[in-house]
Structure formats: structure tokens, C-alpha cells
Design a protein around this ligand. Structure first.
Ligand code: MG
Length: 164
């Protein structure tokens, strides 16, 4: 009756792009490149939610080949993922995220990201965990080539809980 899902995403930095993480636009000299607004945090989270319900991934929901989706606000993707799992009868218990970035510093933006995610998922903020870490200058993230995010989501079926 309790199910978990995992999500991971990574996007590379590129010129002339906004930096959007967790639904928050962050002041930065570089942004992440992607078909959408390249919000790795919300992409990892949407995949974790869909994964918990075994509903595939966001590429399935929002095909990167669809020109109508260029520059799409990833809050729309997250909202759609939550709607899909609720349509299957699931409720969300909590989610937890780790943002992996060498720079900019993520910590000052965590509170705002939590508020956005809690609002989009219609959950209390205490159900949203967000941490940030660097990659200790190792590998591509360590060389500041991009930003990655990990997510886990726990969902449950209230109908099964009643029966238990
Ligand atoms: Mg992505």
C-alpha cells in the first residue's frame, strides 16, 4: 500500500538561458539548456512521482519531440504528474530531493523551492524535503558543466490503508 519512486535528472549549462530550479528563477550568469525551462529539480521530482505509481516517465507524458512544449514551465509537468498519480487513486506522503551543483549556492533558495513544490503538489511544506550539495569539484558537475537533481517520492493508496 506504500510505494516509492526514484527520479534523476541532469542538464548542462548554456548561454542565454535562465536558471530555473525548483520552480524558482535564480539570478545567475548561466542557465541550463533544455527543451523546457530545464528545471532539473522538478523533472527529477515528476519522474519520482510517476515512478512510484509505475506510470512511466515525463518523456512519456511530455515528449521532447513536441514543438508545442518548447520552453514549457516545468511546474506544468510536475502538476500533470501529480494529477496522473491521483487519478490512479494514490496520495502523496512526502518527497525528498537533493540538488547537486557546484554553483550557484542553492541553500538560499531552498525555502522558496519548498513553497512552490508544496503548492504545486497541494501538500504541507513539512512533506517536502530539499537538500543541496556540491560534487566536491569531481566530474562534470564539479567542473560546473551542469546541475543534477535526485528525487524520491513516497505515495500510498488511501483505499488500501482503510482496509488494513
Ligand atoms: Mg530534464
Amino acid at each position: 500500500m506504500i510505494r516509492t519512486g526514484i527520479g534523476y535528472d541532469i542538464h548542462r549549462f548554456g548561454a542565454n538561458r535562465r536558471l530555473v530550479l525548483g520552480g524558482i528563477e535564480i539570478d545567475s550568469d548561466r542557465g541550463l539548456v533544455g527543451h523546457s525551462d530545464a528545471d532539473v529539480v522538478l523533472h527529477a521530482l515528476a519522474d519520482a512521482l510517476l515512478g512510484a505509481a509505475a506510470l512511466g516517465d515525463i518523456g512519456h507524458l511530455f515528449p521532447p519531440s513536441d514543438p508545442a512544449l518548447v520552453g514549457i514551465d516545468s511546474r506544468i509537468i510536475l502538476r500533470a504528474a501529480a494529477k496522473q498519480i491521483r487519478a490512479e487513486g494514490f496520495e502523496i506522503s512526502n518527497v525528498d530531493l537533493t540538488v547537486i551543483a557546484e554553483r550557484p549556492r542553492i541553500a538560499p533558495h531552498i525555502a522558496a523551492m519548498r513553497t512552490v513544490i508544496a503548492t504545486e503538489l497541494q501538500l504541507p511544506e513539512r512533506a517536502i524535503g530539499i537538500k543541496a550539495t556540491t560534487n566536491e569539484q569531481l566530474g562534470s558537475i564539479g567542473r560546473e558543466e551542469g546541475i543534477a537533481a535526485l528525487a524520491i517520492a513516497t505515495i500510498y493508496d488511501p483505499r488500501m490503508m482503510e482496509r488494513a
